[in-house]
Design a protein around this ligand. Structure first.
Ligand code: SF4
Length: 259
């Protein structure tokens, strides 16, 4: 298996397609993957194959490691464009997430005030007030909404909780009052013998209606970029992504497509 697991709590900096020179912050254990979703396209692999044995980094460990790395980069004249919370699972699942965001804002302001703070999240904890408030403090609150089709979500994003309800998630996304960027992965191919193509009208039209309802500051659409644990998946084409992007832009919402 060539899916990847990230060091914790800091990795990179890496050049990101969507974000620029990005210093990664991984709030999950460094020896496996743990997520509230189990996406068939996850570059970290399936949850069951990558069960971590180590603990998550604590808030104080994250702050110390981040400060050391930012100081080093500062001394070397390296300037991150963005400090990105991502890595081996869902960052907002960390019990000290809100405090970690406060620390990160303080360290960013001290070492690289021009850098943005981005959180890449699957939105499963946005109902928690502490997580919601913390996400309001970051520059790029990037939350996943691959589709509004409940069956597709069960087959592709595969939330671990049986209580996941996309309608509640959409209501939660709306509650950011526009301080949210929607990220959506479009792809084709099959998983478990069933199509996972969400590029057609039957998926895009209701998804776009939900996006308009949420009224985000921006939408980022993209497709598979790295090896996926499910080998039946295929990239959406640039033409397909561009056509979806154009529909979002026509609705008055800025949108980028990454191939
Ligand atoms: S939400 Fe992200 S980290 Fe979690 S399983 Fe899906 S792709 Fe992987």
């Amino acid at each position: 298996m060539s899916t990847r697991i990230y060091p914790a709590p800091i990795y990179g900096p890496v050049h990101s397609r969507r974000l620029g020179l990005s210093l990664g912050i991984n709030l999950l254990p460094p020896d496996g993957k743990s997520c509230t979703f189990d996406c068939v396209y996850c570059e970290c692999g399936f949850n069951k194959d990558r069960l971590p044995k180590l603990k998550r980094p604590s808030r104080s460990e994250v702050a110390a490691a981040l400060e050391a790395q930012l100081r080093l980069m500062h001394e070397q004249g390296q300037h991150p464009d963005v400090l990105t919370f991502a890595g081996n699972g869902e960052p907002t699942s960390h019990p000290e997430f809100a405090g970690i965001i406060d620390d990160t804002v303080r360290l960013r302001n001290s070492y690289c005030p021009e850098a943005k703070i981005s959180v890449l999240s699957n939105a499963t904890f946005i109902h928690r007030q502490d997580v919601h408030s913390a996400l309001m403090k970051v520059d790029n609150n990037i939350l996943k909404l691959d589709t509004v089709n409940a069956d597709y979500i069960r087959r592709v994003d595969r939330p671990v909780s049986p209580h996941y309800d996309v309608r509640q998630i959409i209501a939660g996304l709306k509650s950011f009052g526009g301080h949210v960027i929607i990220q959506t992965l479009f792809m084709k191919g099959t998983s478990g013998g069933k199509s996972v193509d969400n590029t057609g009208d039957e998926y895009v039209t209701p998804w776009l209606a939900a996006v308009k309802d949420i009224a985000p500051s921006e939408v980022m659409i993209y497709t598979i970029d790295r090896e996926t644990p499910d080998h039946g998946l295929l990239k959406a084409t640039p033409q397909e992504l561009d056509a979806i992007r154009d529909r979002v832009v026509a609705a008055g919402i800025p949108c980028t497509a990454s191939y």
